[in-house]
Design a protein around this ligand. Sequence first.
Ligand SMILES: [Zn+2]
Length: 412
Amino acid sequence: MKPTFTLGRVAGISIGVHWSVLVMMLLVTEIVAVAILPVQAPSAGTAVDWVAGLLAAVTFLASLLAHELAHAVVARRYGMPADRITLWLLGGVTELGTNPPTPRAAFLVAGAGPATSLVLGVVFGGLAAGAALLSLPTVLREVLTWLGFVNLVLGVFNLLPGAPLDGGRLLQAGLWKRSGDRARAAVSAARAGRFLGMTLIALGVFQLVGGQLVSGLWLALIGWFLVVSALSEESATGLRERLTGVRLRDVMSPEPVTAPSWWTVDTFLERVAERDHHRTFPVVDMEGRPVRLLSLTDLVRVPEQTRGDTRLEDLGRPLRPDGTAGPEDLLTELPAGSWQLSGRGMLLVVEGGHVIGIVNTHDVNRAVELANLGHLPRTGDGAAGEPGRAGHPGQPGQGTASPYVPEQRPGG
Ligand SMILES: [Zn+2]
């Protein structure tokens, strides 16, 4: 979920908003102004109803934010980055950055959100009761009552036991604690989430048939979101588990052909490009250090008559800091961007300042396919003395590392 714009930062956590949040605000405003207030506080008048509806929507959004902030603050206490929250149509998403270090941390991070919503529910309910006691305007009392009610619903709904809901994370923490296997616990919680999502879709369809259009669609939408998120979590966790312990040394194509930066385009085309089957090459300087990435497409832009005196050092793209990694780095521990290696991207495996291998999409896909066959890629002849590594997937301490596991929570 990419935020459309950023509202600002709270305690170092960036608060973003996706445009779809406007749809949610509109719905909430409309429900309060049209469906609730004219019935519960008929004397207020239409203009007051709409203003109150809008204020209710803004306060509701703030309640959602409080829920997500609770997750983020607890996550940070346990050393997770948790530096971005995004509010959107179905609630909020807190990106934890890494997996919780222990079952206890996972439990507390997940529990903090619903606990906050439940407390807010009680607080708004208390304020509503206070407003009634002090004979404040009925509109105010009704809005506070509604806010109390939705926060309680939010707290309870999120406790339903299926990932990516908070209740699913609690379940996952419990299973993890019991079995000691985080990945398997994650898969079980995701399966529960899939089942929960399908149940919600069925309930939504049932309501639709019964003529309750908006709430039926809403339930089905949340259910669909749960099913999709749970499915992707399930497959990502399974894949990561199968690739546990695989090092870049095991998957890389070793001794890649490099392009000296002082060569001209013509020299490179004749000596390398004609013979090598790759399309992207690391460009190295005089000391053999990688400095740029060059693809054949970059060369097409050089006019034929200048190919004899255009040097490679001026072509291609400069190497990004996340474009290199060490041979002992774990494949599953790479930052999300380089792990996915989209398009013609290529990761350089560097040791002692020199390129000793490259990892591209082909290499990663090969590792994934081998893992799906129950085997793991291994280093070639050079390191055949370490075969044991491939036989121990799921060693404790390795399974906790993973790229980008978002904590997601639909609601509203
Ligand atoms: Zn939550």
